[in-house]
Ligand binder design. Structure first.
Ligand code: ZN
Length: 541
């Protein structure tokens, strides 16, 4: 059998020239490509997906007009020795795969494929002869359809210059190129001349600095007791200061009079103020002047702290600057520090500062105000409705609402009946509830019909279940645009649950998606401490 018009011997030579040696996988791949072509209608303009990066793509590139370079061959590494040929326009196609069951009929091929035969003992001649004889008979074919969204050329969009490395990259990758985001699998060896450059600063002996001006804040650290600036930038150094400087271990100091950093360098305080102006978004204030080169950020009001994670990461990938923040999407109080930023060296290169500023194309930090929405509490359970047991759910929720000053629009207690639950939901909405909190779970209890009741009332956009413990069976959705939070009964037992994580976000008007919930998985396991210290704990962070 021929391979795409070549005899086996001709293809063997082609493979050796292209691949360096006639790899068994490549020779088999030739037959797979041949088989795929046979199953496509004559004249089909096709593209190819390879399910492995090994050998098989080379058979495609060698025999067909589809290559990685022209983007008509793509690798989707599923780890299987299989290739998909499909119509470029309709997505209709065939998948050819190495059929493990059929391979067993060929001892040399099986020994090679399953690595049963140690490499040293492999008889290459016998193996190649078997591949030649087997041809397409160890492969199988399936019909497939590649979805529309995978078809057609993806436009790269605008090309811009990376502010960090200065090379061109697609703007859709973000404010900084992927290489500078840390995806490069290598380190650059030689420092560029620019990186070796230093500002011209001249340190003088402390006693020679008398009467001159300190160039930067100088910190005094007493281990375990105090840390703070003992000297401030711009402060004049007196004769009495010399001894203090010596005690701080400062034998030599930088002074304004002795330093001439040049116009290519920016003092840390000037630099960090420029950065802070771009970092702070709505609801975020910052302190000036900088202390020891650092600026802290504070909420202007209580609210939900939101971090632009993409921009924060891009910014911190630039050397010589830093910004550290509290965990985003959490409730923060006015005046408490939520972030700190600084330029790290005393003088930062002007170009470096420009790079850092360019990553800040959007503010990094924001505090969203929470709305004091009237809350309707819907308690479900026939045993509660009949008065057999006292409701503890409504008081629990009321306590949790207090810090956010949300008034109660009403409390409804409904038996476990779909219609009663739907009606109670509607009554809460008419009473002006802007948020409904209910005991709905995803319980398997046959009496638990809360979810059906909510559906009858018009529940929409429901997200059921979240990767948080406690709180796995929680529910989030809306009825007529009014958010609904289903809180599992665990809220009656555990002090802190998924409800406490999500409530501030819902009150801030965030529209949560499945991806937002999935992000809680790491850190979403409560430690169950004897004394709960939430939010001063890692739960949900
Ligand atoms: Zn770059």
């Amino acid at each position: 059998m021929n391979v795409y018009g070549y005899t086996f011997e001709q293809f063997y030579e082609l493979a050796r020239n292209f691949h360096g040696y006639p790899a068994p996988g490549l020779l088999l791949g030739g037959y797979m490509v041949e088989l795929a072509r046979q199953h496509l209608p004559e004249g089909t303009l096709f593209e190819v997906l390879s399910e492995t990066p090994k050998c098989l793509p080379d058979a495609v590139q060698l025999l067909t007009p589809c290559t990685f370079g022209n983007n008509r061959l793509r690798n989707v590494n599923l780890g299987r020795y299989a290739v998909v040929f499909y119509d470029k326009f309709t997505g209709e196609g065939v998948r050819v795969f190495l059929d493990a069951a059929k391979v067993e009929a060929w001892p040399e091929i099986a020994g090679w494929l399953f690595k049963r035969t140690p490499k040293k003992e492999q008889n290459t001649e016998k193996l190649l002869a078997e591949i030649r004889e087997a041809g397409v008979s160890c492969c199988s074919v399936q019909q497939v359809r590649v979805p529309k969204r995978m078809l057609g050329k993806k436009s790269m969009g605008d090309i811009v210059i990376c502010p960090s490395c200065g090379e061109a990259y697609p703007a859709m990758d973000g404010a900084i190129c992927r290489g500078c985001l840390g995806e490069a699998p290598y380190a650059l060896c030689a420092e560029t001349a620019e990186e070796q450059a230093r500002p011209e600063l001249c340190a003088v002996l402390a006693e020679d600095a008398v009467g001159k001006t300190a160039l930067h804040d100088m910190t005094r650290v007493v281990p375990g007791r105090e840390k703070g600036p003992a000297f401030l930038a711009g402060q004049s150094i007196s004769g009495g200061d010399v001894c203090r400087l010596h005690q701080m271990g400062r034998m030599r100091v930088y002074t304004e009079e002795d330093s001439n950093p040049g116009e290519n360098w920016v003092h840390e305080n000037t630099a960090v103020e420029a950065l802070a102006r771009r970092m702070a978004g709505d609801g975020v204030a910052w302190s000036t002047p900088p202390k020891e080169g650092k600026i802290n950020f504070y909420p202007e009001h209580n609210g939900l702290f939101v971090v632009n994670r993409r921009a924060l990461r891009a910014f911190n990938m630039v050397p010589d600057v830093m910004c550290a923040t509290r965990r985003g999407d959490t409730y923060v109080e006015k005046g408490k520090t939520v972030a700190g930023a600084r330029a790290i060296p005393l003088y930062i290169a002007k170009d470096r500062l420009r790079q850092a500023l360019e990553t800040l194309d959007e503010p990094l930090l924001e505090v969203l105000p929470l709305k004091a929405i009237p809350v309707g509490v819907l308690v479900t359970g026939t045993e509660v409705a009949l008065g057999l047991i006292e409701d503890r759910f409504a008081p629990t929720i009321e306590t949790k609402l207090q810090p956010f000053a949300c008034p109660l629009a009403g409390v409804e207690i409904a038996p476990d009946e779909t219609r009663a639950i739907a009606e109670a939901t509607r009554r809460l909405l008419s009473a002006g509830a802007g948020l409904i909190v209910t005991t709905a779970g995803l319980s398997v209890d046959p009496d638990d019909v809360t979810l059906q009741g909510l559906r009858e009332a018009g529940l929409d956009n429901a997200l059921r279940g979240m990767p948080v413990l406690p709180g796995a069976t929680a529910l989030l959705g809306d009825v007529n645009g009014v958010p609904v939070m289903g809180v599992p009964a665990c809220a009656l037992f555990h002090k802190t649950t998924v409800f406490d994580l999500l409530l501030p976000r819902v009150l801030a008007g965030q529209q949560l998606t499945r991806a937002d919930l999935a992000a809680y998985a790491e850190g979403g396991l409560c430690w169950n401490c004897n004394v709960c210290t939430f939010p001063k704990c890692p739960f949900g962070k």
